[in-house]
Design a protein around this ligand. Sequence first.
Ligand SMILES: [Zn+2]
Ligand SMILES: [Zn+2]
Length: 211
Amino acid sequence: MNTTTVGGVKITFFGHASFTLEGNGVLVAVDPFAPMHLQHPADVVLHTHNHFDHCDEEKTEKVSKFNTVLIGTNCRHPCRLLKIGESIKVGGIGILAVPAYNVGKPYHARDANCAGYILAFGTTRIYVAGDTDEIPEMEKYKCDVALLPIGGTYTMDAAAAARACAKINPRIAIPVHYGYLDETKGDAILFKQLVERETAGKTEVRVLTPA
Ligand SMILES: [Zn+2]
Ligand SMILES: [Zn+2]
């Protein structure tokens, strides 16, 4: 299954860190990189940061229409640039940019303005972590669903993501950023087991498999 619905928001996973969120009549495409075959173009494209596996202009073009709103925090192509901590409303959904950075890895420096996002579709809140390690800011995040990277190398691995999950305390966690690039293998089943242990079963892990 590549899709699941939580609180009226349909989440579809396409591989790597590419997925869509659809709710309140708004289709949001996040980091189009793995091929995305959409029924209709996205209303919003979110880029978490400017790396090739997240901010791919050609793939972005493919899922966009003339009035798609592009949002990023450190992308070089024209888009609505948010500062970390800044939020905007697009078509009735709220989008807040939150920090994403490495601790003890060099790829996403704290001052590089890479982002995660917390999206509010009415009362349903979805946290898109971006390329990040487990960071203290996560304790303040409130969300129903957390999409967390588990591939290691550039981001958290399964164990770190499970610890992050215990901090964030979402109802549902979905692993991303694994099993696509050679150096981000990850293990979704291990992640599921560790989350069940770390959160004493309070967080349910849904593993989505790209179609
Ligand atoms: Zn990156
Ligand atoms: Zn990445």
